[in-house]
Unconditional design. Structure first.
Length: 408
């Protein structure tokens, strides 16, 4: 089989030709085109960036957050190992081909356990329970070890491409009366246990609304619920302008909210300066700085990604990727980048990840590359047998530690 993805020169040592019409994945008796690379008519910047993994392999990927997927160029490459090619087939949604190739491998008496485990995973994901049970019994006899179990977590069909994972992202919408929106925010964080509040649309806020929002944040902190912020600095600037223009006591609610945001952002110096202004202006003692607020992450752009009071997650937990990740559903990868900004060591749990679509794998690699470039260690845990060789094919093992899923 031949699979074109990595950027390698042709046999003549020159760069690959740009007049290719398609990149193909070949299987016995079948050739399946997975992309249509063409020379763009515009400038070279129309090409997506190329992610280069350690060792020289390159993956053309669309950056996280880019709306449209540019066409990919074709590259000449050496053939991938068979199990990696099968994983690519699965990622490209050629499930029948991947299954047929794995069945052929398990019939080989000298085959290793890995093809068996990949086929067992595929049966579970396709909800082929009888086939799974028959193969599991044979696996036990052949390898004298317990096979993976058919359990409730995997006793379901693969998540549809248009399905969206549960998200704790909450956009605070500007309205004439913000109190109902704040009530929704409280219900939201109580239900999920965490929340990321985006203040990007906020252009004004009333003192009573600010006081209610501050109370909701204080309550969340007391209940040890994780609260993060997007676009927090422009919102703080807005609040500071309001109290500058309105120094009277009736705007004290705005002050209370700024104090809480400073506390959550670890901005103790600003907190103390504001407390001095508060004491002089209102002849009252300001709120006290409470120990335990997490300091903001270091580095450019960190202000938007602070996770107040959030401890470093254990390796067995980490940031979870779930369901199926495709080019039209990269929300989870954007959330991963936000999560990584607040952690020195990034653990990514793939226990509930069923599939990474072929076209989205390069986007994931691009995200891992950026995290690694920031000097952070990445550990991928609970990687399934179907996803593991796919990540190897794209060089993820050069960017992160990959830990296979243990038999259940």
């Amino acid at each position: 089989m031949a699979f074109s993805i990595f950027n390698k020169p042709g046999q003549d040592g020159k760069s690959p030709s740009t007049d290719a019409t398609k990149t193909s994945v070949k299987a016995p008796g079948r050739e399946t085109a997975v992309s249509k690379p063409t020379e763009p008519s515009g400038p070279s910047t129309a090409f997506p960036p190329t992610t280069t993994a350690p060792g020289g392999s390159s993956v053309t990927a669309r950056p996280v957050g880019q709306k449209s997927a540019p066409e990919m160029m074709a590259y000449d490459v050496e053939e991938l190992p068979l199990l990696q090619e099968i994983a690519v087939m699965y990622a490209a949604d050629h499930l029948d081909i991947a299954q047929a190739l794995l069945k052929k491998l398990v019939m080989d008496k000298t085959s290793s356990p890995q093809p068996w485990l990949m086929l067992l995973d595929l049966y579970k994901l396709r909800n082929f329970k009888k086939e799974f049970e028959d193969l599991a019994m044979t696996y036990t006899v052949k390898f004298e070890r317990s096979p993976p179990t058919w359990n409730q977590q995997t006793d379901q069909r693969e998540v549809r491409k248009d399905a969206r994972p549960a998200s704790d992202f909450f956009i605070l919408q500007p309205k004439d009366d913000l109190l109902p929106e704040i009530a929704k925010l409280v219900e939201f964080v109580n239900r999920l246990g965490s929340i990321r509040i985006d203040f990007g649309k906020m252009k004004s806020i009333k003192p009573g609304e600010a006081e209610a929002l501050a109370k909701s944040l204080v309550d969340a902190r007391k209940q040890k619920q994780t609260v993060r912020f997007n676009n927090i600095n422009p919102f703080i600037d807005l609040l500071k302008k309001i109290i500058s223009d309105n120094p009277s006591k009736e705007f004290a609610g705005i002050w209370v909210l700024i104090f809480e945001l400073y506390q959550r952002q670890g901005m103790q110096s600003e907190f103390e300066d504001l407390g001095l202004e508060y004491a002089m202006g209102f002849e009252m003692s300001p709120p006290s700085w409470e120990a335990g607020a997490a300091p903001p992450p270091q580095g450019a752009g960190a202000e938007a990604e602070q996770a107040a009071g959030e401890p470093e997650p254990p390796a067995t937990q980490g940031f979870a990727l779930r369901g199926s990740i495709g080019v039209d559903n990269i929300t989870q990868l954007q959330q991963l980048m936000n999560h990584a900004a607040a952690h020195k060591e990034v653990h990514i749990n793939l226990a509930e990840l069923q599939r990474i679509e072929f076209a989205a794998t390069g986007i994931l690699i691009d995200a891992l590359t950026k995290i690694t470039a920031a000097g952070k260690k990445i550990v991928l845990v609970d990687v399934s047998e179907l996803v593991f060789p796919l990540l190897e094919a794209f060089g993820a093992n050069r960017l992160a530690v990959l830990l296979r899923r243990k038999a259940q």
